[in-house]
Write a protein that binds this ligand. Structure first.
Ligand code: FAD
Length: 307
């Protein structure tokens, strides 16, 4: 059995592993795909002290750093169940095997909901983006669309309007769903166009980069194109916590509820990164939270009664 069993091998899980292993306690990391969302990212320019890196390179660096310590990495394995057992917790894997830990750090991350239209997948990192904090500056002076008129879409559009040439906000519904104050702010900006009742149907490109999106005007049924260089898809970030439903407290979005120590509703189970209720989903934040969760797990372990 491990003393700290970490589920998820993205930036949060890697940081948790380094911090746990440095305490000299038996540490294991089980991950479906070690590296996490970073593997799907091209350019990373906001990891402080690393002015520029690329996703696959950062993923390798995360693994190298974890392997410098005595932490065991179990890659390519999906956790399907978490249970409390006599001496801690058992995590069951899709393969049928199971692992146990005296404490657990959950860091299973999240995934951006996709539109599921032709061209979207082909142009990820070639104009299709999901994170305005990450990729906004790459579109300086250019034309972009934001898909989605909820809070995150409208926040993204306001943020991008200060960086890019022009923003078109595209909403499926008849009206935006964002808070009134955000909508007012958005409507006050000179370089923003808002299109409602619009169903995005395609991301178009020249093979190398995005050149346009097509949408159906849901009132007239007409298909129209918008020429642009970038598309930010803001229709939801889904935490990878389906397997934890009914086991510990999740909020309405499925995010694991944590306190300021990263403690979940089960003592001894901690969580960090994009899978939690902690706001702002970023690499540097996930790393900080992973470190904090392992320090909290260590505090928990040293308070367990001696056998
Ligand atoms: P993740 O990176 O999502 O890692 C989750 C880990 O858990 C993975 O190893 C996964 O395989 C594993 N896992 C999930 N479910 C299970 C399960 N049931 N059992 C076992 N393992 C499981 N952030 C920035 O700061 N800067 C950027 O430039 C940037 N660009 C981005 C570009 C793109 C295209 C995307 C998608 C995201 C970007 N982000 C960026 C966001 C950043 O990648 C995330 O905030 C960060 O990766 C979150 O780290 P995490 O460890 O919490 O989760």
């Amino acid at each position: 059995p491990f003393e700290v069993l970490i589920v998820g091998g993205g930036p949060a899980g890697a940081a948790a592993a380094v911090y746990a292993a440095r305490k000299g306690i038996r540490t294991g990391v089980v991950a479906e795909r070690f590296g996490g969302q970073v593997l799907d990212t091209m350019s990373i320019e906001n990891l402080i002290s690393v002015p520029h890196t690329e996703g696959p390179k950062l993923a390798r660096a995360l693994e190298t750093h974890v392997r410098e310590y005595d932490a065991e990495i179990i890659n390519g394995q999906q956790a399907t169940k978490l249970e409390q057992v006599a001496d801690g917790f058992r995590v069951t894997l899709a393969s049928g095997a199971s692992l146990t830990g005296a404490s657990v750090v959950l860091s299973t991350g999240a995934r951006w909901r996709r539109m599921g239209v032709p061209g979207e997948q082909d142009y990820v990192n070639k104009g299709v983006a999901f994170c305005p904090h990450c990729d906004g500056p790459l579109f300086k002076g250019k034309r972009v669309a934001v898909i989605g008129g909820g809070n995150s879409g409208v926040e993204a559009a306001i943020d991008l309007a200060g960086l890019v040439g022009h923003v078109t906000l595209v909403e499926f519904d008849k009206m935006l769903r964002a808070d009134e104050v955000l909508q007012r702010k958005l409507k006050s900006l000179p370089n923003v166009t808002i299109i409602t009742s619009a169903r995005t149907t395609e991301v178009k490109g020249d093979g190398k980069r995005v050149t346009a999106i097509a949408y159906e005007d849901r009132t007239s049924g007409e298909i129209r194109d918008i020429a642009l260089e970038g598309v930010f898809v803001q229709i939801g970030l889904v935490p990878n916590t389906e397997w934890l439903k009914g086991t510990l407290a999740l909020d309405a979005r499925g995010e694991i509820v944590v306190d300021r120590h990263g403690q979940t509703s089960i003592p001894g189970v901690f969580a960090a990164g994009d899978c939690t209720t902690a706001p702002y989903k970023q690499i540097v934040i996930a790393m900080g939270e992973g470190a904090r969760a392992s320090l909290a797990a260590f505090d928990y372990l040293i308070r367990l009664p001696a056998e």
